[in-house]
Design a protein around this ligand. Structure first.
Ligand SMILES: Nc1ncnc2c1ncn2[C@@H]1O[C@H](COP(=O)(O)OP(=O)(O)OP(=O)(O)O)[C@@H](O)[C@H]1O
Ligand SMILES: [Mg+2]
Length: 322
């Protein structure tokens, strides 16, 4: 095969952090992506984008091996979607994958909100933001509800100072830090339109759709399997009905609500077994029954209108579902 251009690749680009070749990386990444696909239900567009990014980095590495020009692509992202749609989970996976590909030195995730970045008094914001950035270097900085950084109604808001420092670091250290902004879609859109500098530095806007009821059931199965529990047939049916009802009630939070529902079912299951503690079979220890689901308040409460979702920080946690 004829090689066309021969450009001097920068030495650190010739090998990944692990010194592996593009072909070794490709196999490792294929396994990771397969695992991601198995462990995370749905999210087809999200998975596709992760695959595309992995492909880009692999091709970059292959180019470096062949002496072609490479440049660290900008990988700052925004993850938008409703609560419990998997944003934090996927961000953690993304950090691992970028580490595996040699893009990130450490591959850890530092999750923060406005309060971690912005100070209360003059002079406090810069050191706070810089401290967080220092911790995140070599990994992913995940800024949840990022739009709270920007408060146009408050003229003297220190959030702006934090944004400016972030912008600078996102530009200058983009081969050593990936920033992911997360939150509700409409608010994030507004945030980006008021901060064009920020918007232009975010290369990937990824939207996390709400889950369909069947997807939530599958998510429950995966969670149960992970905990070595299972539904019996009537429990499975009860849970299908539970999901449909729960989705119409306030503070529904997708997969997070599923996790909470399962925690409550486990509590009821445990109390039920302890009513006759000397006769507990191995099967009973692992099997959630319909009664453990149907005792939920979700089945008795009349559904009220779903209030407009506000800040997750203002809301009671999703702990109403008993
Ligand atoms: N597609 C999925 N498949 C399996 N489990 C999932 C999926 N999406 C989310 N989960 C699980 O649901 C829970 C909530 O997910 P996660 O915290 O990532 O959501 P989030 O979008 O960050 O929510 P929030 O906006 O409230 O922070 C986690 O326990 C996660 O493991
Ligand atoms: Mg989250």
């Amino acid at each position: 095969m004829a090689q066309t251009t021969l450009n001097a690749a920068t030495p650190e680009k010739e090998q990944s952090a692990h010194g592996s070749t593009a072909s070794e990386d490709r196999q490792a990444i294929a396994a990771t992506l397969l695992q991601l696909d198995r462990e995370l239900v749905g999210l087809a567009p999200v998975k596709q984008r992760i695959q595309d990014i992995a492909a880009l980095l692999l091709v970059d590495k292959l180019r470096a091996e062949r002496g072609l020009r490479t440049g660290a692509p900008s990988l700052h992202m925004s993850f938008t979607g409703n609560p419990g749609t998997g944003k934090t989970t996927v961000a953690m996976r993304m950090a691992q994958i970028l580490h595996q590909l040699g893009y990130l030195r450490r591959g850890h995730l530092v999750a923060v909100t406005r309060d971690d970045l912005v100070g209360q008094y003059i002079g406090h914001t810069a050191p706070k933001t810089k401290e967080v950035l220092k911790k995140a270097m070599g990994g992913v900085l995940f800024i949840d509800e990022a739009y709270y950084l920007y408060r146009p109604e408050n003229e003297r808001d220190y959030g702006q100072e934090s944004i400016e420092i972030l912008l600078q670091v996102m530009e200058n250290n983009r081969d050593d830090l990936v920033v992911i902004f997360a939150g509700y879609k409409d608010r994030m859109d507004r945030f980006f339109s008021s901060n064009p500098g920020m918007s232009s530095r975010v290369a990937h806007h990824i939207d996390f759709p709400d889950y369909a009821p069947e997807e939530l059931e599958k998510i429950a199965d995966i969670m149960l399997e992970g905990m070595q529990y299972r539904f019996d047939e009537p429990a499975q049916q009860a849970f299908s009905q539970y999901i449909v009802k729960r989705m119409q009630q306030p503070y529904f939070a997708n997969a997070r609500s599923v996790r909470n529902a399962l925690e409550r079912a486990r509590l009821r299951h445990a109390s039920r077994l302890m009513r006759d503690p000397d006769n507990v079979s191995d099967a009973a220890l692992q099997t959630i029954g319909a009664q453990d689901i149907r005792a939920s308040r979700v089945f008795t409460e009349v559904s009220s209108a779903n209030p407009q979702a506000g800040s997750r920080h203002d809301q009671p946690a999703d702990n109403r579902e008993t």
